[in-house]
Design a protein around this ligand. Structure first.
Ligand code: HEC
Length: 442
């Protein structure tokens, strides 16, 4: 009698454990109201209800959909203490949330289950995308991003809503001590895409860095226009492959002299791209392409170095353009006290160290390929900075580690008379063409 009870209990627990772990979680646990609003806390109860630990989150990223056009949905789960990760995602029509909206594609990391039963393809049945066990990344801490390919409905079907649950688990192999998060995201059908139209003032190096039609490998261009894309977003960590930046974002790409540029930001009216290597020197065309076609070419001129110093419009005060120069406290800028709206500023004193930021300064030693996150200290040779006529000691001139295509100059302020002084900067004999000032005090 006792023995039989024992076996009954063990038998009923066994499939549950196996199912949750190897087979993935049960369906209908995203918190979607149409599914009864239940989520993973049905079993992962330690910190129930979902979202009760405010140090973590689950986030869905998706963009306006074009009927039938696949896109990658990201489900990002974050918690500083978690050591293992899981998720479940479903998509519904907002007109009737009992109805599926589009289909998910299974992959090496994602399985797709149908409601009430079976696995994809699910026909008209509702779908749940979930982690596969190897994708739970046991031991990996901080954050996990699951990528799910989604094919929207074949015809425009109004707004679509995604529901996701994420498990920021402790990696203990049980359903205890795991933090569950839920979220939802609504996306609308995208307006029909047209070919991008670029405007004449586009192609200018990132405007905060002085503008100009000269570009160098690794420098930044801003392209203005209309109908460039339907989507607004900046690149994110998941767009990178290792240290390599993406060559397209949301179907938008840019070529410079026929070579693929790296895409940092896309929006209907503006695209920011980093100029690729191998464009030679002389006239080049910059072309933006979206899924409806290619723009007209924007004529630009490729040169070896086209240095531009960070000096945006809000640093143009009291009749001169100040360069952005940051003290080593990382919060105070060089300028007269209070003259730059929104930031703390004071004059720089002789002997103090300040940092200037540039783009387009050209090749470093060692060379860092365009479109890669710089590491180490890739240095510019022959970089000079003058305050008026006085040369400054440049303690570092090179790419800023951890950034793409951003240079920083660490400079010791020379002994010059107090007041506004002209800043003159050059790299290997190529001068910065902006008229720039800074302020020296006593
Ligand atoms: C029916 C109960 C049940 C539900 C609902 C459930 N789980 Fe689980 N889950 C378990 C059990 C039990 C385990 C322990 C491992 C095993 O035996 O499968 C587990 C383990 C896990 C683990 C590994 C935990 C660790 O610390 O190692 C992850 C990740 C996970 N579940 C994700 C989810 C997600 C995401 C959901 C919601 C979409 C969910 N689970 C819903 C029962 C459940």
């Amino acid at each position: 009698m006792l023995k039989k009870l024992f076996w009954t209990a063990a038998f009923s627990a066994f499939p549950l454990l196996m199912f949750a772990f190897s087979g993935g979680p049960p369906i209908r646990r995203t918190g979607a109201p149409a599914d009864g609003g239940t989520d993973c806390t049905a079993c992962h109860r330690t910190f129930a209800p979902a979202n009760s630990d405010s140090r973590g989150f689950v986030r869905i990223s998706a963009v306006s959909y074009t009927p039938g056009k696949k896109q990658l949905i990201r489900v990002q789960v974050f918690h500083p203490d978690a050591k293992r990760w899981g998720f479940e995602l479903t998509s519904r029509l907002t007109s009737d949330e009992n109805l599926k909206a589009g289909t998910f594609t299974p992959s090496a990391t994602v399985q797709v289950k149908c409601d009430p039963a079976g696995t994809a393809p699910c026909g008209n049945d509702r779908e749940f995308a979930q982690h596969l066990e190897p994708a739970t990344r046991i031991g990996a801490d901080g954050m996990s991003t699951f990528t799910v390919e989604w094919t929207p409905p074949a015809t425009a079907s109004g707004d679509v809503v995604f529901y996701a649950a994420g498990n920021a688990a402790d990696g203990g192999g049980s359903n205890a001590n795991d933090k569950i998060y839920t979220t939802s995201l609504k996306v609308s059908p995208a307006a029909a895409l047209v070919k991008p139209t670029v405007s004449n003032d586009s192609g200018v190096s990132l405007q905060g860095f002085g503008g100009g039609k000269n570009i160098a490998a690794g420098s930044w261009i801003e392209i203005f226009g209309v109908g460039l894309t339907n989507v607004t977003r900046e690149w994110a960590a998941f767009d990178f492959t290792g240290a390599n930046a993406p060559k397209s974002l949301e179907g938008v790409s840019v070529t410079v002299g026929g070579k693929d540029a790296f895409i940092r930001y896309v929006s209907p009216g503006q695209v920011n791209a980093q100029v690729p290597d191998g464009i030679g020197t002389g006239p080049v065309m910059v072309v933006v392409t979206n899924e409806a076609g290619a723009s007209a070419g924007i004529p630009m001129t490729a040169v070896a170095r086209a240095p531009g110093v960070l000096a945006p419009a809000n640093f143009k005060v009291n009749g001169r353009q100040l360069a952005v120069a940051l003290f080593s406290d990382n919060t105070t800028f060089v300028g007269r006290a209070g003259e730059i709206a929104g930031v703390t500023s004071r004059p720089a004193k002789a002997g103090e160290n300040i940092t200037l930021y540039l783009v387009g300064a050209g090749a470093t030693n060692p060379v860092v390929a365009a479109g890669t996150i710089a590491s180490g200290t890739p240095t510019l040779t022959n970089a000079t900075v003058r305050f008026g006529d006085a040369p400054a000691t440049v303690t570092y001139a090179g790419l800023a580690p951890g950034a793409v295509g951003l240079y920083q100059f660490n400079v010791t302020v020379p002994n010059v008379a107090a007041g506004d002084v002209k800043l003159t900067i050059s790299i290997d004999g190529v001068a910065v063409t902006q008229e720039l000032s800074t302020v020296v005090g006593n």
